[in-house]
Design a protein around this ligand. Sequence first.
Ligand SMILES: C[S@@+](CC[C@H](N)C(=O)[O-])C[C@H]1O[C@@H](n2cnc3c(N)ncnc32)[C@H](O)[C@@H]1O
Length: 209
Amino acid sequence: MNIDPKMDPRKFWEETYEKASPKTSGKPSAILERFVKDRPTGHALELGCGKGDDAVWLAKQGWTVTAADISETALGYAKANAKRNGVESQITFEAHDLTKSLPEGVFDLVTAQFLQSPVEFAREAVLIKAAAMIATGGLLLITTHGSRPSWSWAPEDTIYPTPQEALAALALDTGRWCEIAVDNFERMATGPKGEKGSVIDTVIALERL
Ligand SMILES: C[S@@+](CC[C@H](N)C(=O)[O-])C[C@H]1O[C@@H](n2cnc3c(N)ncnc32)[C@H](O)[C@@H]1O
């Protein structure tokens, strides 16, 4: 896929979701489920919620969720997803270009599952700001692609940072965070056309001290 990295991010993501089916897998991200299922519930902030499966899963676990995305179309799909699942009253969906604004609040969980973009995106700056919104005892959970499956839009020569490099890029004050996991996790995944393949998720899970 040939994507101009200078393309306007809102336009890029709108066009992406307009072409996509509103259908969802109905399942949460594997890493979200793994690291959050046994935690006490509270107020979660989801960055880049897409079609809303993670927000819906969180709400079903008892979380109150604020879910943000740049694409109004994605947010429309996510709202319909929440309604279908009877959890719309627990989720506030907000449209933000997260490089310009974030939802307001103090959160017990900030989750960013594949908050990645093929167009220019000051991602680390967003994550650093969001990390500062986490309450004592809250969790920062970031998952990024750590490998390139056949269906990926990433260039073939993409170099994936190690989990430690990804953490270092956030320049967090490590004395103020307890490391739950900074690691790679392998799983079987399904691509948009049903392709199956093994993928690596690079995970940063930190608890605010
Ligand atoms: C790769 S998708 C991941 C979606 C979802 N979290 C998932 O795991 O399926 C990246 C998401 O981030 C959103 N996004 C990208 N750039 C953004 C920005 N600047 N502000 C807010 N959301 C953004 C996109 O619209 C998209 O929904």
